[in-house]
Each structure stands twice: as structure tokens, then as C-alpha cells.
Write a protein that binds this ligand. Structure first.
Ligand SMILES: [Zn+2]
Length: 820
């Protein structure tokens, strides 16, 4: 939610290849927004501030033991290393926004804000275990390191340590309560990181299996930790006509699309598909896809190819409407083809006919991107349009109530907008509009003929309207000077205002009415609780606090919207392709839970700056806004995922509007937006066959081109349970689960959510232990190799969920961010 935008161009040039790395602060984003990449757990916004690296000498004091005392042990949470490394290796000339989306470092709060959550988390981090932990000699750590393929020691030391102080107490409670494995374990005989192996964590020799809390004998240095690979992985999506399991989402990788899509665009929780629903249930895992259709590619990757089929449009299956892809099988000398999604046989369009080679493939398969690439973009024909592709409309709505002006939020917003005007897409199709609001709404006529922008006031905040049908939104090339002048004068125009009311709901409705004919992006800068007019909200903060202090279990309901007015408005906005982003620059309570419904339904985003400080947040606000308007994005989008027979889409999760069961409507979509798609069986799959998933995103580019981005992933089916564990994708599994947990949080008491999180982990590990483990000493915790970090990740979720028990408003933003 509070993803910082990229640094201004040239502000943080990537270090040249080979330049020394260890001096870069671990929280420095090398140019990409530093929000949580979707493939890794969120940083909880409470990561310890980057501090001084503790002494590398292993201390005999139990308090200091753990990763902080490990000179070469394990990389702790937080993946700044790969992001930085990517910068080193692939310094694209003059570019700072092509950071691979998976490798970004965790979001760190601005310094002024500090990590207040850290204290709140501590009680849930388990226990006092650090005090009783067993300290292993440094040699033990040295032995364990290579087992995880750790990066060079210098690298570890330089980037791992800032997070280390948080680690010592974690391992104590990270071991899930496996039957018979209660004693604090110690791991030995770590296998190399082969995917088909497992990790066994045994109790310390000599322990009797006692269960005294706090009497941990875990050596924290031997607990599996995420250790980003120090080298770039070159990944072919298919090899030898077989799907190649993707590298970890947190690693630094370059993809070559050899038939399956890049994992940046679509990843599955398991890289082999269980043949039956029963097998999936037995595994305890879930089957879902994470789709990020406009994800940023790595700068070294080939761009997506654009295919124009002319007036006929792309070749599609006539039954399921699936798009032509490398897995459609041509038969009968190429005259017909069998759909890999529904199995239907179609006639090949005459002008698309081509003979088959001796291998049964079309002779032109390698020349046609749609027959050899997992991701292609088709030029859409008129058939895919209900109107002309919309222009790129950016409407800025600024809070000028007394509070906003006095805190400097209004000036910061105006200045930010002024600075990013030049970053808007070039061309005559780019339009802008601007309005301000307090207890009334003020539009501005930006037409060039006028001497200066003319203010038009809408006083009715119950039944709003737009004062002008034209001239409120004009081409940026026509009004640039007017706009700059206006933005410079707005803070002074309202500097003496005494109006403290905010008609937020009415203002966005009025802006929507101005944008209704075109659609576009509405960016709202809001500083106080909406207090009057349409969609006014009441302060619920006090209510929440009293509930919490009274031990009320309903406190989580504060995370639910207060009423339906804003939701209804949002649905209408989405229908007219208006996507709303809200920048909350506030020092007070603003009821994000209610306001965020609007971005959620319209495919937008909430940015949260609390407590807003002109000094520390102005640059961040500007960077966020710059990235918001300059990142790859599209408008008036519709997305659908199709699956092979036997599997169907169960549900979509993300920020969108849904009118029909099969499609999601996205008034706006950008490279940072991911959508989770849960899947279910409706039939049995054949062992050894392949099951395909195809995501089609129909959208309009910022330059007014209508496109269909088609992403196809074909994975083998298996009836072997151990294959599922071997091919599990930890990052995707966990992110999917986290999204579901985050969705539950507003409607379920946090303790229940926490229990669900625990059970998710336990069920998987129990299934593996029961059915697949080759070692089954009762005291051992057995972890499938591919999921060996699951307990650690689960513990991380505990911190997050547990904090919600003390419902503090900033956590609302975390929940919403994960839901995104
Ligand atoms: Zn079909």
C-alpha cells in the first residue's frame, strides 16, 4: 500500500558491474518501488531498522546468540541481496525501473516513522527461548552454511545482519506442534538443496522430549532460512518438451520463454498438477495460480512479441474461446487443431494453414510467437471493443480542508503532481483534470483560451454534479502551463482556510461524473476523515480502542467498511472504467477500511502516509506518484483464466470488480498488480498428461492500443503425492495462503485466523510425514525440501496476525496491501 515509487531518474544509479557491494545499506531500493514483491511474504512493516551489524564473534551469552552471532551462518529474512545484485549485473543504461519484480527489498518505513510494530510483535514471537537456547560453537554454523548453498560470506555479513537481532527468539516457536515432536529439535545431516529431498530436524541429542516452554535447545543457526542465491539463474520455461519448475520467486533470474510463460506472469502453487481432488486434499496444499499479467520483465529478457492477425483477429478455439498457444495440437496435415484447454477439434482458418513437419509440429511453429512462446500479445480487432479505445485520463483531486493545508499535505500533493506531469504518457491522447475539495468541490477550467484557470464551485455535496461537461478534462499538451500555474497557486489560495469539513465522497463522485464519458485514473489526495456529504464517515477509532481495552472480540470488525455507500459508488465507477488511487496523507484517523473499498473495487491502490510529515513524506509521495503514472499500465481491462478440462477456476482474489462469474473487470491494471486464482478439480486428470492454464488480459494501453495479452502455462499431471511435495512452490503457496488469511481478518477474529495459519502449515507437514517421509524418528520434524521454510514463514504470519489482536489502525493498511 505504501509502496514508494522509484527514485527520481538518475537519483540512484545502479552501481556499475563489479563495483563493491557491501556498503549499500540493506534498505536501499535500487530504483524500483520497494514494496513487497508478490512472491514473498510481506515484510510486516515492522522489520527492525537497519542497524549496526552485531559483532561477528559468537557470543557465549544466550541473549546474543543466533544469527547475530553467526559470522557466516544464514541469511535472515529480507532479501535485499538479490535486488542489489540485480542492479550490479544488469545496469541498464539510464534506467532505474526495470528491477525484477521478484527481487525487490522489503518495504522499510521512512525513518521518521520508525518501526512501532516491533515492540508490539515481541510478545508473539514466542518466547523466552533465547534465554535457554543452546549455543553451538561457530564450527557448527560453518558446517551448516553450505547445506543451503549460501552466498559468499562477505555478502552474508553485509546484508544479513541488520535483521538478525530479531531472529534469536523465532526458532523456539517456529516448530509446529507435530505429533511426537514436541521437544525442541536440532537439525543434523542437512541435505543439499535438492528439490526431491527432505529436511529432518531432530531434537538435540540427549534431550528426553520434555516440553517445558522456553527450554529450547534449538540452534537457531540450523533452522532453514531464506538464502537468496548469489548468482543469477538463467531459466528456460521448458526443456526437452517438459515444463521446467521456476526458480524461487525471491531469486534473481532471467527467463527465456521456451513455450511456457515466464513465472513473473503466472506461477502455480504446485508445478505438477494432482490428478484428483483427493490427492490434492491429502497433500494439505492448495492449488492456485498467481497471475501478474503486466509484471515487469528483467531488462535482459526478450520483450513480449506482438502478433497482429489482421482483421480476423487471433485464432481461437470455437468452443472455449481459448487463444492459440504452443500446446494446441495440429493434426490432419495442419488442417485442424485440437484445443489443449477443452479438447475440441477445430478447423484451421485457411489463411493460417501450414503443413506439419516430421515431428508433428507445424513447420512455421518456431517463427510464430503464438506457437512457441508462453506469452504473446495480440492486437485486438473491433470485435474486442465496445467503443474506441479510451484516452489516458488522469484526474487529480486534492483535499484543501484546513487540516490538509496546515499539515502541508496540500502543498506536497500539488508539488508532486507538478513534478510528475512530465512523466505522463506522451501524446495528444493524454488528458488531465484537477479539482480540489473541502466542504464544497472546486473544479477548474483549464482551457488555454482563458487567462488563468477559472474556478467553478459545486456547493451541493449530497446531490453532486459536474459544472462543465467540457474543459474540465483537457489534453495535457494544451493546458500544461495553466496546470502548472494552478498547482503552484492552490496552496496559497487556501492558506487561510478555516473550513475543516471534508466532502470526500461527494468530491470523488463529482470527479467521476467529469470522467464518466472516457474513464481513466482518478488520484485522490485525502488528509482527514470524510465528514460531510455523500459517503460521510464517523470516527470509529475510539470505538475500536474501547473494544480492544475491554477485550472485545469484535474489534476486527473495524477492518470492515462502515457502510455500503462507498462500495456502491465504486461499482458504478468500475462500470465506467474509472480506477481510483487514494493517497492518504494524514496525521489523524481517516477510516481506511471504508475508504479503501473504492480502490479495491476499481483496481486501484491505497497509499498511506501516517503520520504525514512534510519533511519525510513529500519526496516519498512524489516518488510514489511518479511510479504510479509512469509504470507499465493499462485501462479498461478484462481478465479471464481458462484451464484444461478437469480443472476449473474457483475464485479470483485481488482488486477488481466482478460482474460475471468468469471474468474480472479492471478499470486499471499495472505491473504491480497480482491476482490470485484458486482452482478446483471437476474431473480426474490423466497421469502424465499436461494441464494448461491460460490467462487472457484484454486491455487498452496508455497510447490507445487495444491488446490481448495471453499467458499460457502447461504443467504435467501426477498421481504421485511425493511429486507434489517435490514440485511445491513455497513462495506461491505461502502468498496465496497469506492473501486468504488477510481476506479473513476483517471477518474472523484474529485468533481464528492464526489457527488457520497454523493448520495450513501442520496439515502439509503432517501429510508429508505420514505418506512421503523416509525417516520417521518420532522426535524429528520432517520438512519436504521444497517447503522447508514453511514453518519460518508461518511464524512470520503469526507476528502479523497477532498484531491484529491489538487492532491498531496502521495494520489495516497491511491487510489491504496483502489483499491487493
Ligand atoms: Zn477449447
Amino acid at each position: 500500500m505504501t509502496r514508494p515509487g522509484p527514485f527520481p531518474s538518475g537519483a540512484t544509479p545502479r552501481p556499475a558491474s563489479g563495483s563493491p557491494s557491501p556498503t549499500l545499506p540493506p534498505n536501499m531500493a535500487p530504483g524500483r518501488p520497494s514494496g513487497p514483491p508478490f512472491g514473498q511474504p510481506p515484510p510486516f512493516d515492522g522489520a527492525p531498522p537497519p542497524g549496526t551489524r552485531p559483532s561477528p564473534v559468537a557470543s557465549s551469552s544466550p541473549v546474543n546468540m543466533g544469527p547475530s552471532g553467526a559470522p557466516s551462518g544464514f541469511m535472515s529474512n529480507g532479501p535485499p541481496a538479490p535486488a542489489f545484485q540485480a542492479g550490479q549485473r544488469f545496469a541498464p543504461p539510464g534506467s532505474s525501473q526495470h528491477q525484477p519484480p521478484m527481487g525487490a527489498p522489503p518495504a522499510m518505513g521512512p525513518p521518521a516513522r520508525g518501526p512501532p510494530q516491533a515492540g508490539a510483535m515481541r510478545p508473539f514471537m514466542g518466547s523466552p527461548g533465547a534465554g535457554a537456547s543452546q549455543v553451538l560453537p561457530p564450527s557448527g554454523m560453518g558446517q551448516a552454511a553450505p547445506a543451503f548453498g549460501g552466498p559468499p560470506q562477505a555478502m552474508l555479513g553485509s546484508v544479513a545482519s541488520p535483521y538478525a537481532p530479531q531472529m534469536p527468539s523465532q526458532p523456539v516457536s517456529m516448530v509446529p506442534p507435530m505429533p511426537g515432536s514436541m521437544p525442541p529439535p536440532r537439525m543434523y545431516g542437512m541435505p543439499p538443496p535438492m528439490q526431491n529431498q527432505m529436511t529432518a530436524i531432530s531434537p538435540v541429542i540427549g534431550q528426553t522430549g520434555g516440553t517445558q516452554p522456553g527450554a529450547s535447545k534449538i540452534d537457531p543457526n540450523q533452522i532453514p532460512r531464506p538464502i537468496p542465491s548469489s548468482s543469477v539463474i538463467l531459466h528456460d520455461t521448458r526443456q526437452g518438451n517438459q515444463a521446467n519448475p521456476p526458480p524461487p520467486a525471491t531469486s534473481d533470474y532471467i527467463v527465456r520463454d521456451t513455450g511456457n510463460c515466464s513465472p513473473r506472469y503466472m506461477r502455480c502453487t504446485i508445478n505438477q498438477i494432482p490428478c484428483t481432488a483427493d490427492l490434492l486434499t491429502t497433500s494439505g496444499m492448495q492449488l492456485s495460480l498467481l497471475v501478474q499479467p503486466l509484471a515487469l520483465p528483467h531488462p535482459s529478457e526478450e520483450p513480449i512479441q506482438i502478433v497482429d492477425f489482421g482483421e480476423g483477429g487471433p485464432v481461437r478455439c470455437s468452443r472455449c474461446k481459448g487463444y492459440i498457444n504452443p500446446f494446441m495440437k495440429f493434426i490432419d496435415q495442419g488442417r485442424r487443431f485440437i484445443c489443449n484447454l477443452c479438447g475440441f477439434t477445430d478447423e484451421t482458418p485457411r489463411d493460417y494453414h501450414c503443413n506439419l513437419g516430421p515431428d508433428g509440429r507445424r513447420r512455421d511453429a518456431d517463427e510464430r510467437p503464438e506457437l512457441c512462446r508462453g506469452t504473446v500479445e495480440f492486437v485486438a480487432t473491433k470485435e474486442y471493443m465496445v467503443r474506441e479505445p479510451m484516452p489516458a485520463v488522469y484526474f487529480f483531486l486534492i483535499d484543501v480542508s484546513m487540516n490538509a493545508v496546515q499539515t502541508g499535505a496540500t502543498a506536497a500533493a500539488c508539488s508532486s503532481i507538478n513534478q510528475v506531469i512530465g512523466d505522463l504518457p506522451e501524446g495528444s491522447r493524454t488528458m488531465v483534470g484537477i479539482a480540489t475539495f473541502d466542504s464544497t468541490i472546486h473544479f477548474y477550467n483549464l482551457k488555454r483560451a482563458l487567462q488563468q484557470p477559472l474556478m467553478l464551485i459545486v456547493p451541493d455535496v449530497q446531490d453532486v454534479y459536474t459544472p462543465l461537461q467540457t474543459d474540465v478534462i483537457v489534453s495535457v499538451s494544451e493546458c500544461r502551463q495553466h496546470l502548472e500555474l494552478l498547482l503552484e497557486s492552490i496552496p496559497t489560495m487556501f492558506e487561510n482556510t478555516r473550513t475543516s469539513e471534508s466532502a470526500f465522497g461527494a468530491a470523488i463522485k463529482a470527479a467521476f461524473l467529469a470522467m464518466k464519458s472516457t474513464g481513466g485514473k482518478l488520484m485522490v489526495f485525502q488528509s482527514v476523515l470524510p465528514s460531510i456529504g455523500l459517503g460521510a464517515l464517523a470516527a470509529r477509532e475510539a470505538e475500536g480502542r474501547s473494544n480492544v481495552s475491554a477485550g472485545d472480540k469484535e474489534a476486527h470488525k473495524l477492518l470492515q467498511p462502515a457502510d455500503k455507500t462507498l462500495k456502491d459508488m465504486a461499482v458504478e465507477f468500475a462500470e465506467y472504467q474509472v480506477c481510483v488511487d487514494v493517497f492518504i496523507t494524514t496525521k489523524t484517523y481517516v477510516d481506511i477500511a471504508s475508504i479503501s473499498v473504492i480502490p479495491k473495487v476499481t483496481g486501484g491502490q491505497v497509499y498511506y502516509y501516517h503520520p504525514f510529515s512534510v519533511v519525510s513524506d513529500s519526496v516519498k509521495l512524489c516518488n510514489d506518484l511518479r511510479w504510479n503514472v509512469s509504470r507499465p499500465q493499462g485501462f479498461e481491462a478484462v481478465m479471464r483464466v481458462r484451464c484444461s478440462q478437469g480443472i476449473q477456476v474457483q475464485e479470483y482474489h485481488g482488486n477488481f470488480c466482478k460482474r460475471i462469474p468468469t471474468d474480472v473487470d479492471l478499470p486499471g491494471i499495472d505491473c504491480d498488480k497480482a491476482i490470485m486464482v484458486t482452482l478446483k478439480h471437476d474431473d480426474k486428470l490423466q497421469d502424465g498428461a499436461e494441464c494448461a492454464f491460460q490467462c487472457a488480459l484484454l486491455y487498452t494501453t496508455v497510447y490507445g492500443e487495444r491488446r490481448i495479452r495471453v499467458t499460457t502455462l502447461s504443467l504435467p499431471c501426477t498421481s504421485n503425492l511425493s511429486n507434489l511435495f517435490r514440485m511445491a512452490d513455497l513462495d506461491t503457496q505461502f502468498v496465496c495462503f497469506l492473501k486468504q488469511a488477510a481476506r479473513e481478518i476483517p471477518i474472523t477474529p484474529p485468533l481464528h485466523v492464526r489457527e488457520q495459519v497454523t493448520n495450513f502449515c501442520i496439515n502439509i507437514l503432517l501429510s508429508y510425514r505420514k505418506f512421503c517421509a523416509t525417516v520417521s524418528s518420532s522426535g524429528q520434524l520432517i520438512l519436504p525440501e521444497a517447503l522447508k521454510l514453511l514453518p519460518l514463514y508461518t511464524l512470520g504470519t503469526f507476528l502479523f496476525v497477532s498484531c491484529l489482536i491489538n487492532v491498531s489502525i496502521p495494520y489495516v493498511s497491511i491487510v489491504l496491501d496483502i489483499c491487493t
